[in-house]
Design a protein around this ligand. Sequence first.
Ligand SMILES: O=P(O)(O)OC[C@H]1O[C@H](OP(=O)(O)OP(=O)(O)O)[C@H](O)[C@@H]1O
Ligand SMILES: O=C(O)c1cc(=O)[nH]c(=O)[nH]1
Length: 234
Amino acid sequence: MSALAPYKNDFLKASIDGAILKFGSFELKSKRVSPYFFNAGDFYRADLLRAISTAYAKAIIEARQNGTLGEFDIVFGPAYKGIPLATAATDKLAELQPETYGKICYSFDRKEAKDHGEGGNIVGAPLKGKRVLIVDDVITAGTAKREAIAKIRKEGGIVTGIVVALDRMEKLPSPDGDDSKPMPSALGEIRKEYNIPIVAILTLDDIIAGMKNFASEEDIKRTEEYRKNYKASD
Ligand SMILES: O=P(O)(O)OC[C@H]1O[C@H](OP(=O)(O)OP(=O)(O)O)[C@H](O)[C@@H]1O
Ligand SMILES: O=C(O)c1cc(=O)[nH]c(=O)[nH]1
């Protein structure tokens, strides 16, 4: 784990100690069956929530400083797991750099539109005309990020970047449904198609390198095999 930046190492350690990272057999949103799963819903304890909000805030501050990420007014968390993550990251940014981030806002969507009360399917800061940074847990095939971009654009927001806790480094699904075909990177295609930067705190390669210190040989082997099967062609 030594090659990682200290804040990434701390985050990987919290993900392992908090059992956020699990091994077994998991069906994903993409229908791929994975031998590992990163369950950001399990950052529910205060110390773990603080670990992930700190990692997002540090990744965002670093990416703003080195020019990878552009400016933003709103941190947007896609439902459901993105909601507490974006909210906590907003709070942590304001705590770490109050002059820059003391007045940034958060916003998130409902999976179903609400037809009474305030109505609509966006909660939090209105998106119209605002620069929006999406903060979410994981990118696999990229579907959830495309859905979030479409929702934000429909509300008149301008997506200026995406930050995820984990890039699973997988390929796009093939349009004909044959997932064994070579395809380019899911993350890379979103970057190109929408012309926006995407920052990942950890990648699957970081996890595989770290696994040597805590996982069983069988879990390492299955994870490496999965990596090979769903590796991008570019
Ligand atoms: O890159 P993809 O192939 O889209 O997969 C990754 C997404 O899938 C899950 O979201 P899901 O829509 O299941 O929502 P949840 O947050 O309610 O669990 C996960 O939280 C990621 O956001
Ligand atoms: O692709 C997914 O659905 C997915 C993968 C993962 O590691 N964690 C998660 O919450 N969803």
